[in-house]
Design a protein around this ligand. Structure first.
Ligand SMILES: *Cc1c(COP(=O)(O)O)cnc(C)c1O
Length: 408
């Protein structure tokens, strides 16, 4: 479908053109949505050959599509575009971020490589999937400095998130990729998006997104995607075909549409988030603010008072799990996004019971601040708090330095 891309196109240009290169020649402007589950073919010999080829390499079958579970042209447009933005050869889309991670684990365990080395914190359900061993994997948790020592002959994957959900801890991806040696590094890039960080350029073989978040960007589509080299993409397509976690074509359409505004949305929301982080940092009701070095639209902060009161007090901001939408969301990770992680593991990963996670949207900064200020209301200030001395001095943004990020 695609012609060879001009390699010099800027990210903002790719965001609106990648995956659409053939449209003008077809006399189209908006991409078509192909809802077919199956495709007619009078040449079953050729179809047999295409199915054989897919079984061997997992390459997208040449010629007309065969069946919805092998691939869909509308979803393929999104995959092409995301690969272009992440700077990888390919991308493979799934029904959700968790379906995408599951497929990666299945690719590796099908080769007998069941052991995973991972750095906390991870998104709560990713942590749960690994810890519970639901797909037969066995996990060793470590900090970034311990990765090389944690590798075993049966290690199939190293997994990190940066900035991590929910503490925004960052890892030095280049150093981690180096420590992995020949073991594939999976970097969950959901929070940064390719607008702020392209992990493949730093040595990650696999870049995971919950596309439900910033890529879709409007809170109305659930999806996951892995950007990677063509060889790994082939294995992922084979797993997707065999296990069925496919993305619906309408979701593929919405994601491609979401990508076109991704750079604008991320830059605008990040500017607002940086300003809110600055104000929170000098607010006596706040014990600690976490805001990544690379920026972004996510803020985490610990309050001196009761975090549940803040959640109950917002009016403009929506108290809801998830993130990356055009509107601002707030949630309490210990109650919701990371509830499924065992309490000691959660605390050990830096997810304190007073931590709140804010996903900053595209509203006006003054309106957001007024709502936050009101929700914080009369919550205690630092000096009234018995734990005050244990908290870092107010006025300091905590940039989780790579050396301490993700301590187990
Ligand atoms: C939400 C999320 C996931 C899981 O994605 P779903 O689309 O909800 O399945 C994985 N990683 C991170 C960082 C997330 O925020």
């Amino acid at each position: 479908m695609e012609t060879t891309p001009a390699p010099t196109r800027a990210l903002a240009t790719e965001a609106v053109h990648a995956g659409r290169d053939d449209l003008a020649r077809q006399g189209l402007h908006a991409p078509p949505i192909d809802l077919s589950t199956t495709y007619p073919s009078y040449d079953s010999r050729a179809e047999a050959a295409r199915i054989d080829a897919f079984a061997t390499t997992g390459a997208d079958p040449e010629g007309p599509p065969v069946y919805g579970r092998l691939g869909n042209p509308t979803v393929a447009r999104f995959e092409t575009a995301l690969a272009r933005l992440e700077g990888t050869e390919a991308a493979v889309a799934f029904a959700s971020g968790m379906a995408a991670l599951s497929a990666v684990l299945l690719v590796r365990s099908s080769l007998g490589l069941r052991h995973v080395v991972a750095v906390r914190p991870l998104y709560g359900c990713s942590d749960h999937l690994l810890t519970a061993g639901l797909l037969g994997s066995e996990v060793t948790w470590t900090d970034p400095a311990g990765i090389a020592d944690a590798l075993r002959p049966d290690t199939g994957l190293v997994m990190v998130e940066s900035p991590a959900n929910p503490t925004l801890a960052e890892v030095d991806l280049r150093a981690v990729a180096h420590a992995c040696g020949s073991v594939p590094l999976l970097a969950d890039n959901t929070f940064a998006t390719p607008v702020l960080q392209r992990p493949a350029e730093q040595g990650a073989r696999l870049v995971l997104h919950s596309a439900t978040k910033y890529l879709g960007g409007h809170g109305d589509v659930m999806a996951g995607v892995v950007a990677c080299d063509e060889e790994f993409a082939g294995r992922l397509r084979q797993i997707r075909f065999a296990t069925g976690g496919v993305l619906h074509p309408l979701a593929g359409y919405l994601l491609l549409r979401g990508l076109s505004t991704l750079p604008v949305r991320v830059h605008a929301a990040s500017a607002t988030a940086a300003e809110l982080a600055r104000r929170l940092t000098s607010d006596p009701r706040i014990a600690r603010v976490h805001y990544p070095r690379i920026g972004g639209a996510m803020i985490a902060f610990e309050v001196h008072g009761d975090p549940h009161e803040v959640i109950a007090g917002v009016r403009l901001i929506t108290p809801a799990v998830s993130l990356g939408s055009v509107d601002t969301l707030i949630q309490h990770p210990a109650s919701i996004s990371h509830r499924i992680v065992e309490e000691d593991d959660r605390r050990g990963a830096g997810v304190s019971d007073r931590l709140l996670r804010l996903s900053v949207g595209l509203e006006d900064v003054e309106d957001l601040w007024a709502d936050l200020d009101n929700a914080l209301g009369a919550t205690p200030v630092g000096d009234a708090d018995p734990h005050r001395s244990a908290a870092p001095p107010r006025g300091a943004i905590s940039h989780n330095a790579p050396a301490v990020a993700g301590a187990p």
